[in-house]
Design a protein around this ligand. Structure first.
Ligand code: IMP
Length: 193
């Protein structure tokens, strides 16, 4: 019995990311936006998305610290790019309760951007506690725990090209390495020169 199952293949992810980039590119034409990725989860999505965008974008990142049970956040590593007067596109891997994005929006709003827009690859809509405006959304997903393409379990699995759903959370918690066996099998060369 598998512990995890492929939720979205790398090919489908890439196709959807290209579609999202086409909409973003059209909407921001001539605006030279700041594309702001939320570390670490948004890295693969932002990297792929940005390769479809015009060169007239600034790319930067910030990192958040979460504290408290109400999802309060503070910026732990700030962007080097001033956003006052700029059109800002926040790029997230996943919006779950919406608490993180709601706090981030209110923090960035105080810096006087010309506009603040959001893009998320994944939307766990059924889990939402606070309503957040999502202008661009890749996929609506259920409430399974997801791994890969930026999403982690204890810092691991972010580098998987596909997105995986944990289907047996209890078994996975007990032995996360079991998931690795499902992903890579147990034989054969993984790399060839
Ligand atoms: P929020 O609940 O919308 O504030 O989301 C908080 C954060 O939870 C996200 O930015 C992700 O880092 C993390 N998260 C939510 N669901 C998942 C998941 O299925 N896999 C991995 N991380 C998740």
């Amino acid at each position: 019995m598998s512990v995890i199952a492929r939720a979205v293949s790398a090919q489908t992810l890439q196709a959807r990311v290209a579609e999202m980039a086409a909409s973003i590119g059209a909407d921001f034409e001539g605006k030279e936006p700041v594309v702001l990725g939320v570390l670490q989860g948004a890295v693969p999505f932002l990297a792929d998305l940005s390769r479809h965008l015009s060169p007239q974008v600034d790319i930067d990142f910030l990192s958040l610290t979460r504290f408290g049970s109400e999802g309060r956040v503070a910026i732990s590593v700030d962007t080097a790019t001033p956003i006052s007067g700029r059109h800002v596109l926040i790029v997230e891997d996943i919006v779950d309760t919406g608490l993180t994005l709601a706090y981030l929006l209110s923090l960035l709003e105080t810096r006087g951007p010309a506009s603040l827009t959001t893009a998320t690859l994944l939307d766990k809509r059924s889990q939402r506690i606070v309503d957040v405006p999502l202008r661009y959304r890749g996929f609506e997903v259920g409430n399974e725990f997801l791994l890969g393409y930026g999403l982690d379990w204890d810092g691991r699995y972010r580098n998987l090209p596909d997105l995986w759903a944990v289907i047996d959370l209890a078994a996975f918690r007990q032995e996360p390495a079991a998931a690795t066996r499902d992903l890579f099998g147990d034989g054969g060369d993984k790399v060839s020169a």
